[in-house]
Every structure is written in C-alpha cells, then in structure tokens.
Design a protein around this ligand. Structure first.
Ligand code: NAP
Length: 256
C-alpha cells in the first residue's frame, strides 16, 4: 500500500519540544511519507527544534511568531519558494498570560482576553488565509481544541472561551475554503502533560479525573492524537470538514 501522505507537503506549527502534541503529529505525518516544514516561535526555540528537525530526514525548520503578520507573510513566501505547493497545515498553538489561568474567570483582563484570542484563534485565520493559495490541489487544515470550549473546566478560564471561538472559526473557515477543496477540522484532545498544560492549575487532577470518568478508563497518548491528525490530514477523511473530532478516551460523552 502506498503511504498515505506520499508526495504531500505539510507545515506543522507548535513544536516546542518532544512532549508537544505537534511533535507527535509531525512524527505520524512523516511516517506516512509527508515532507515536513516545522515552525518554531523564536530563536530561543530554534536550538531545541534543531534536534527534532534533524531526527526526521527531509524536514526543515522555519521561524514564525504567529502573532506577527510580517512573519506569517515571510514564512509563506519561503514555503512557496521552497515547496511550491502545500497539502496539509497543522495549527497546534495556544497561549494565555499565566495570570488569566490562576485568578477567577470574572477577573479576566481586556489585554489577557485579547492576547489569548489573538495567539490561539486569530492565528488560525491568518495561517489559513496565507496557506490557501499554496493548496492548489485542495488541502487539509487541522487545529487542536479542548473540552473546556463547551463545559466549564475550572481554571481553564479565558482559554475555554478562546477554544469556543476556535471551534466556531473552524466551521466558518470550512465554509469559506470548501470551494477550494480545503478541509478544516479540529481535534479535541484529552489532557496530555505538555509545556502548555503545565500552565493550567490543577492539571494533575484533570488527568486523574479523566482516568476515573472516561469510558476507556485511561488518559490519551500524544501518539493517538497524532494518528487522528493523520486521518484528518489524509484522503481517509475526504468528506470530513468543519468537525470537532474527540480524541479523549470518550470522556466527553459522559453526563455523570
Ligand atoms: P506545547 O508543547 O506547549 O505547544 C504549544 C505551542 O504553541 C508551543 O510550541 C508554543 O511555542 C506555541 N506558541 C505559543 N504562542 C505562539 C506564537 N505567538 N507563535 C508561534 N507559536 C506559539 O503544548 P501542547 O499541549 O502540545 O499544545 C498544543 C495545542 O494543543 C494547543 O492548542 C493546546 O491548547 C492544545 N491542547 C492541549 C491539550 C493538553 O492537554 N496538552 C489538550 C487539548 C488541546 P512557545 O513554547 O514558544 O510558546
């Protein structure tokens, strides 16, 4: 059988280190034959990313802070020069100032709200707009969300509101880009211990709660999120767009 992504090019945003969900996704896309571009936010992270980039032959690293329009434009110019066309874009990025995740939600600051939505939501719109002209044979865009978009997860605060906006953004982008055969979907992942997750107070209780309540009685592995992303990135899911796919051991179906 031909590899699912043979001859395809994918750009993956959000690899901070080897625990990143983006890294688990990158590994699956690479194993399926994709040529990869990985992006990192700044020069400080370039060093960490270097080893990861080198461990997947044929992969290249690019710097891009997604909150900076000029950097986004420059990145896609470089991707066009280098690869000509793109098939897959993975957006695995979120950020909220630490203070917003520790005080009560009602204390959310205007600036904290703005930053969380700019980095975690608007960036998907900016990246989709920049990627679309390069997706000349159609394409697949995948982002990462969390259950706190729908139900209150104490301390997830403004990130929950941003994830709700992200899920709505997925649907609006799917509508706009569908005529170009570009699909846009989100994966709602169960909790996984990563750098970003460490910023959420009570994260270990979340892990424990999932084991207790999820039908599969365990937590999800990053590798499993990677495999779901491969499904959404590949021709296995050609009629799926605008969806939120739960990869959470079934936690979201429970009422009690
Ligand atoms: P992670 O390894 O810390 O990844 C978050 C990434 O976002 C980092 O690479 C981070 O780079 C990047 N980022 C933040 N601001 C950026 C900016 N302005 N420009 C470019 N990149 C920026 O954590 P993760 O858990 O894998 O998170 C990936 C995604 O999965 C997020 O959307 C998160 O909300 C989602 N998710 C996570 C879980 C979980 O339990 N871990 C569950 C469901 C969904 P820096 O390190 O440079 O800031």
């Amino acid at each position: 059988m031909t590899a699912l992504l043979e001859g395809r090019t994918a750009v993956v945003f959000g690899v901070a280190n080897k625990r990143s969900i983006a890294w688990a996704i990158a590994q699956q896309l690479h194993a399926a034959g994709a040529r990869l571009a990985l992006t990192y936010q700044n020069e400080r992270l370039a060093l960490e990313a270097k080893d990861l980039v080198e461990s997947l032959p044929g992969t290249e690293g690019f710097q891009c802070d997604v909150s900076n329009d000029a950097e986004v434009t420059r990145l896609f110019e470089r991707l066009q020069e280098r690869y000509g066309k793109l098939d897959v874009l993975v957006h695995s990025i979120a950020f909220a100032p630490a203070a917003e995740l520790s005080r009560p939600f009602v204390e959310t600051s205007r600036e904290g709200f703005r930053i969380a939505h700019d980095v975690s939501v608007y960036s998907l719109i900016a990246l989709a707009r920049a990627a679309a002209p390069l997706m000349t044979d159609g394409g697949s865009i995948v982002t990462l969300t969390y259950y706190g978009a729908e139900k209150v997860v104490p301390k997830y605060n403004v990130m929950g509101v941003a994830k709700a906006a992200l899920e709505a953004t997925v649907r609006y982008l799917a509508y706009d880009l569908g005529k170009q055969k570009i699909r846009v979907n989100a994966i709602s992942a169960g909790p996984i211990k990563t750098l970003a997750a460490r910023g959420i107070a009570g994260f270990s209780d979340m892990l424990k709660g999932h084991v207790e309540r999820a039908p599969l009685q365990r937590n999800v592995e990053a590798e499993e999120v990677g495999k779901a992303a491969l499904f959404l990135a590949s021709d296995l899911s050609t009629a799926v767009t605008g969806e939120v796919l739960y990869v959470d051991c079934g936690y979201n179906i429970m009422g009690f």
